[in-house]
Each structure stands twice: as C-alpha cells, then as structure tokens.
Write a protein that binds this ligand. Sequence first.
Ligand SMILES: [Zn+2]
Length: 131
Amino acid sequence: MEIKKMYEIAHEYQQRSYSPYSKYKVGCCVKDSNGKFYGGCNIENASYSPTICAERTAISKMVSEGNQLIDTILITGDSEFTYPCGVCRQVISEFSDENTKIIIAKNENEYREYKIKDLLPHGFNGDDIDV
Ligand SMILES: [Zn+2]
C-alpha cells in the first residue's frame, strides 16, 4: 500500500501548510486508481470561509488532472491522529468506492485504516439525487 512513501509525501506537504491563523498544519497524499500521487496541505484565509483543507487540496489536484477515483488517501496533521472534517468526508465519498482506503497516520509506522462507510455512515451521494 506504500504507506511509507505516502506518509513522506503527506509530511512534506504538511510543511507547506498555509495556516497562520490556526497554526494547525495538515498534509495529505492521495493515490489515484492509476497509481499517481497528489500532495495537499491546508490553505487558510483571513476570511476563514475560503479555507480549504489538505484533503480537498489533494483531491482537487487529482480530479483536475483527470482522475476521479481515490485508491488511497493518507492524512497526517498536528494532532496525534488527524481525521478528516465532515466536509472532506463528503468530498472523499464523492471520489471513492468500497475499496478506497483512508489512512489516518501519526507516522509511517502508526496509522489507522478505514473505508468511507466507517467515517461517513449513511452518507448522502449521487444515488440520493437520482429520484
Ligand atoms: Zn476538511
């Protein structure tokens, strides 16, 4: 699953975090269904609302490069284990399937693995709109 490589990418991007307000740095690495990697960091804004999380930064890069399926997403942050916020869980859900792995990593050796159904049970998706 390449945890070590993905953690290194996420950790590198964590250092790039623009978080002058919260001082809370988050890094993310997405591996798409073709095996390509995308890094992301949180990018804050003085107006707060435009702030984007590391997960959505990396997923936006993946989608804009032409892939719409996350194989694995690894998240690391200033907490011991940094979990995605509700908005990011919804976005991860949009670009996941039942095999997508969500890794919450303290470091390359200590991590927890989930599926989207674990983090967003009874989530809202495209099937709900197709009435
Ligand atoms: Zn988020």
